[in-house]
Design a protein around this ligand. Structure first.
Ligand SMILES: Cc1ncc(C[n+]2csc(CCOP(=O)(O)OP(=O)(O)O)c2C)c(N)n1
Ligand SMILES: [Mg+2]
Length: 366
């Protein structure tokens, strides 16, 4: 046997070789692209946005307990930096986003009125899907937010399809396709990765590795836990990112979006992040310790951003208090708007049923 073909070392070396290639690509790209500067204003926006998303969802948890939000409710607490950093890198006039069911705050970040998101969660007619989608199906074509998907991994090929449309119609847009560590084990990922690379689609695949798929830890679902390595088989530029820090996320996303926009195809990024709450509201969280959750809270994205703001004297304590109050007021306004909105009329059920009266039925012949 050729000495190079023996044992695990070969694999380690292969990985290393690819990794070096990717790092080289990364460095080259960085020389060419300019990340939008992370100014004082950006830090203050990140703080306000992430705080709004956190408080909005804390409120949802309370409303769920009051049975005002029904069905499932999956919260994003802890993962906010992944969104904040991406939005900094995106062009919100043409880029798209698609994700799974942990999807309440992304549309708000993309510009959807938070009052309408709250109304959707309360099942009201003023909601983003007229109250008929609920928690898992927030959607806004106007803001290029394409849901909100409950089938684990189902949105991965759909995201590639959105990118195909951008390429076909030459819009210049890029699609951010988000999914969880659990979804990364689905076959649909491989089909989408293959075609996205073949056709060099303008898409960024982002796995939010929050450590668990429901109660199952990443360690229990696969023999290797560096999910970004799944990109290697397709020679897709890929790598891990500190998903608790919006600056790191913005850097990686800027590079990936630039690659997609200049026609060089997809990138696969693994955001290492953590969810503070259970999988959904009915999760007793017996699979992890309270200490583990507390450890991650030490690197909380909102606290990290606030620390920079205070260290750099970007704001006084009074100015931070004013932001906190603004966020609190906005969340209250959302609840008021949603509670005062009407439920959909019964007739609305028939508005969304597709019927083609001249459908050419072909009788089945025995
Ligand atoms: C095809 C499919 N299989 C199983 C489920 C049940 N299910 C819902 S969420 C989930 C876990 C997914 O975890 P992950 O992708 O890591 O996302 P996270 O909840 O951590 O954001 C599972 C197995 C489903 N909705 N769809
Ligand atoms: Mg997960």
């Amino acid at each position: 046997m050729h000495p190079d073909l023996s044992g695990a070392n070969l694999w380690e070396e292969t990985i290393l070789r690819y990794r070096q290639q990717l790092i080289t690509q990364t460095t080259l790209a960085k020389e060419r692209i300019q990340m939008k500067e992370v100014t004082k204003e950006v830090y203050l926006k990140w703080y306000e946005d992430m705080l709004l998303w956190r408080k909005f969802e804390d409120k949802l948890a309370a409303l769920y307990i009051q049975q005002k939000v029904r069905g499932f409710l999956h919260l994003y607490n802890g993962q906010e930096a992944v969104l904040a950093g991406a939005l900094h890198a995106m062009d919100l006039t043409k880029d798209k986003m698609i994700t799974a069911y942990r999807n309440h705050v992304q549309p708000i970040g993309m510009g959807v009125d938070p009052r309408r998101v709250m109304a959707e969660l309360l099942g009201k007619a003023t909601g983003t899907s007229k109250g008929m989608g609920g928690s898992m199906h927030i959607f806004s074509k106007e803001h290029r937010f394409y849901g909100g998907h409950g089938i684990v991994g189902g949105q991965i090929p759909v995201g590639a399809g959105l990118a195909f449309a951008d390429k076909y119609f030459e819009t210049g847009g890029v699609t951010m396709t988000y999914f969880g560590d659990g979804a990364a084990r689905q076959g649909s990922l491989h089909e989408a990765f293959n075609m996205a690379m073949l056709w060099k689609l303008p898409v960024v695949f982002i796995v939010e590795n929050n450590g668990y798929a429901m109660g199952t830890s990443v360690e229990r679902t696969a023999n290797h836990t560096d999910i970004w390595k799944l990109g290697l088989g397709y020679e897709m530029p890929c790598g891990p990112v500190d998903g608790m820090n919006p600056v790191k996320v913005a850097e990686a996303m800027t590079e990936a979006i630039d690659r997609a926009r200049r026609g060089d195809g997809p990138t696969f990024l693994e955001m290492k992040t953590y969810r503070y709450r259970g999988h959904s509201m009915s999760d007793a969280q017996l699979y992890r310790s309270k200490e583990e959750v507390e450890e991650y809270k030490k690197i909380d994205p909102i606290t990290q951003v606030l620390d920079v703001i205070m260290d750099q004297k970007y704001a006084t304590e009074q100015e931070i208090e004013a932001i906190d109050q603004r966020v609190k007021d906005l969340v209250e306004e959302c609840v008021k708007f949603a509670e005062e909105s009407p439920y959909p009329e019964l007739q609305q059920l028939y508005d969304v049923v597709y019927a083609q009266e001249d459908y050419p039925f072909t009788p089945h012949k025995l």
